[in-house]
Ligand binder design. Structure first.
Ligand code: BTN
Length: 242
């Protein structure tokens, strides 16, 4: 159950707001939602396009003990699967996942997940998790900034959303906070089933390194197993694939 839901017409970033609340006094399951964000962020601190009226931007404050895991990789996989299920249920549209954290539909990004851990200064373990989810619902191609237009889309790219954002938000909240959560191996199995690139040749970017490889599988720790041209198998924990 979500204990506390706040909806803002506009905010800089729901993840930033969630972080601030988490270090003060917030309960597990707190949800921050915004109609638009002026500084929505994704991985590598990239900006996440968050205009008013056409997307869902939300962040959860999660306590590791309550949610049952504290590793952001696990949380990301868990959230990506739950978001896909919620979309399928509410919209009858079947999105897939692009490793690590992108929600994809017909070869384009329609959403993303940003899980961030807040470390407890005394125990040095992760004391809180901020889980941010952004979904483009009805933004049209021409609405997106030019530089991301070729790769970005939304659930209803003609601009006519067939569902309400509230319904989708409720579906996501219920799924993320559901009491019966799968354990790690099952999460990665569900995640693997929705990955869109297994068996394909991909370009991997890791910092300054870039290489092509064949995507083989997801292992029990959520790492992407790839086969290099040399035949060597590498297990990737982070990076970006195209
Ligand atoms: C990514 O594409 O790398 C992840 C995007 C995550 C965007 C969401 S929108 C709600 C929350 N607030 C943010 O600033 N980011 C996340």
């Amino acid at each position: 159950m979500a204990e506390n839901i706040t909806v803002y017409p506009v905010i800089d970033s729901t993840n930033r707001e969630a972080k601030e609340r988490a270090i003060h006094d917030a309960v597990h399951g707190t949800v921050i939602i915004a109609d638009s964000q002026t500084q929505g962020r994704g991985r590598y601190n990239r900006s996440f396009f968050s205009p008013p009226g056409s997307g869902l931007y939300m962040s959860f404050i999660l306590f590791p003990d309550e949610i049952g895991f504290q590793n952001p990789t696990v949380i990301t996989a868990y959230a990506a699967v739950r978001v896909c299920e919620a979309i399928e249920d509410a919209c009858n549209i079947k999105p897939s996942i692009k490793w690590v954290n992108d929600i994809f539909l017909e070869g384009k990004k329609i959403g993303g997940i940003l899980a961030e851990g807040i470390t407890d200064s005394e125990s040095k373990s992760i004391g809180r998790i901020i889980l941010g989810i952004g979904i483009n619902i009805s933004a049209k191609s021409e609405d997106f900034p030019e530089e991301i237009r070729p790769r970005a889309s939304s659930l209803y790219p003609d601009g006519n959303a067939l569902i309400s954002r509230n319904l989708l938000a409720a579906g996501i909240i219920n799924r993320i906070l559901m009491p019966d959560r799968p354990k790690e191996p099952e999460i990665f199995e569900q995640y693997r089933k929705r990955l869109c690139m297994l068996g394909s040749h991909i370009t991997v970017v890791q910092g300054k390194e870039q290489f092509t490889a064949k995507a083989l599988d997801i292992d029990e720790k959520g790492r992407l197993l790839v086969e290099m041209r040399s035949g060597e198998i590498r297990a990737l924990l982070s990076g970006e694939v195209n």
